[in-house]
Write a protein that binds this ligand. Structure first.
Ligand code: ATR
Length: 287
């Protein structure tokens, strides 16, 4: 904190809980935005041993931490400690943002909205598109539930086939579009990618430090494909680099991260943060 924004006995606390947490960019973007708006808050991170999550939640209430983000591996396990879970978060069984209303904890999921806003901000329209999504974990669940509102077709491929099939079956109950869940294989990707318009990587393949990994062989990428990788570190994954070289339009995960941060910030403080500042701070830090 600078001299202009000293921490005082009145400073309010926000935080992120996860395990591990050391690589998080959230404090960088939140503290920059808080400082710019002269808000007397500080955003911290806490690495919580998964066996002590219950104690962490008690601590959050006792210390009157006004809001917190939740990351791996707590997006599901946090739910049993909350007093209220918003319907969308309940549906996808994942919470990434919590507001503490005088000891009453409300859980929300903004991952899907944040990801789709990033896509619409670059002018991409999902309506009528065929989407191939890699992964069937929390991020995939959050996004597919939103995409299914107006895509033409969604194919979910995942290393663990039963998770892909389970997610596809859930979506089919809620939406009247073509939805399939399949086991990930080179053959399946090759068969599906030809008629896909949008490829989304919702796996952790390619995430720092494994930056040489990529979920798709470059030969399958074609120039009519828009490639969206939810990973933001590195800013350009190997998948995105190869897609760009193949003539595809591409988008990385940084805007999704900033969007979910901004949505949390606004919910907790009632103020709209400077997303451009949040983004440039992260880029500066990663680079
Ligand atoms: P997130 O909340 O980021 O979605 P997650 O719920 O743990 O995290 O999901 C991670 C996704 O990446 C899963 O789809 C996972 O596949 P499994 O369901 O088979 O575990 C996928 N994933 C992670 N590492 C992978 C790897 N090396 N190969 C293939 N898929 C991988």
């Amino acid at each position: 904190m600078s001299e202009k924004n000293p921490i005082t006995a009145k400073t309010k606390v926000l935080c992120l809980i996860g395990y591990p947490i050391e690589h998080s960019m959230s404090p960088i973007m939140h503290n920059a935005a808080l400082k710019e708006l002269n808000l007397d808050f500080i955003y911290l991170t806490f690495s919580i041993n998964p066996k002590r999550l219950n104690l962490a939640v008690k601590g959050i209430k006792a210390f009157n931490i006004l809001g917190f983000n939740v990351t791996m591996p707590f997006k599901q396990t946090i739910m049993k400690y909350l007093d209220e879970i918003e319907p969308f978060a309940k549906k996808i069984a994942s919470v990434n943002t919590v507001k503490n209303n005088k000891g009453y904890l409300i859980g929300r999921n903004t991952d899907g909205v944040a990801a789709m806003k990033a896509l619409s901000d670059v002018g991409y329209k999902i309506a009528g598109k065929n989407v191939l999504i890699l992964g069937a974990g929390g991020a995939s669940r959050a996004i597919t539930y939103i995409i299914a509102q107006n895509a033409n077709k969604i194919v979910i491929v995942n290393r663990t086939e039963k998770k892909a099939i389970k997610l596809a079956n859930e979506l089919k109950k809620n939406f009247c579009i073509q939805i399939e869940g399949k086991r990930y294989s080179n053959k399946v990707v090759k068969n599906e990618i030809g008629e896909s318009n949008l490829l989304i990587n919702a796996t952790s393949i390619g995430l720092y430090p494994n930056i040489q990994s990529t979920p798709i062989s470059q030969e399958h990428l074609h120039k009519d494909l828009f490639v969206y990788d939810l990973i933001y570190n590195p800013l350009e994954t190997r998948l995105l680099k190869e897609a760009r070289e193949a003539g595809c339009n591409v988008l990385g995960g940084l805007d999704m991260l900033v969007n979910q941060g901004a949505l949390a910030f606004e919910w907790w403080t009632g103020k709209i943060p400077n997303k451009h500042l949040m983004k440039t701070q992260i880029i500066h830090h990663i680079e």
